[in-house]
Design a protein around this ligand. Sequence first.
Ligand code: HEC
Length: 165
Amino acid sequence: MSRVNSKFGLCLHAASRKLSARTRQPYLWLGRLVACGLWLMACGQGTVKDTKFQQYYVQGQQLYIKNCSNCHQKNGSGLGLVYPPINNSDFMDQNVDAVFCIMKYGKEGEMIVNGKKFNKPMKGIASLTELEIAEIATYIYNTWDHQEGMIEIARVTTELNKCDN
Ligand code: HEC
């Protein structure tokens, strides 16, 4: 026990000697401080980004269940040839931006999803805000077969301005 203690003491002693040697090199310390600060900033930003993603995802899931799941189902499977699937959809993969318009303004006319024909109008949900659309999109595009990453509001805003409706 005492040997461990004395080893520890030696170690502390060595560390403090090193420390005092280093305090004599202020520029080195300044450099380290800046590097450390930059590293912390980078880390902090990563965390903020992750938190934002989590928030959008969780909100998006709630909104999806409330607004979409009665047709597309909770598990996104859709329903036969009436409601197209969104858990695995080549249409969604190829038309990320058009999906924002579909949510807000609806869609009618024939469409083909994974080789199957669907043709029943979907009513848009006009009351959805741009934030809500970004949240739902972040949820549906990062669940099941999709890994699209965060969908930002700015992207939704830009695309909604281009919808045909
Ligand atoms: C009342 C039923 C209903 C609701 C509610 C509904 N949809 Fe749809 N959705 C449809 C139908 C029907 C189509 C096919 C439209 C067509 O045939 O032109 C469709 C098409 C789609 C498509 C494109 C086709 C595909 O499967 O990739 C997406 C994406 C989609 N809906 C997402 C949503 C989202 C997200 C919500 C909630 C914000 C939602 N829908 C709410 C019925 C609905």
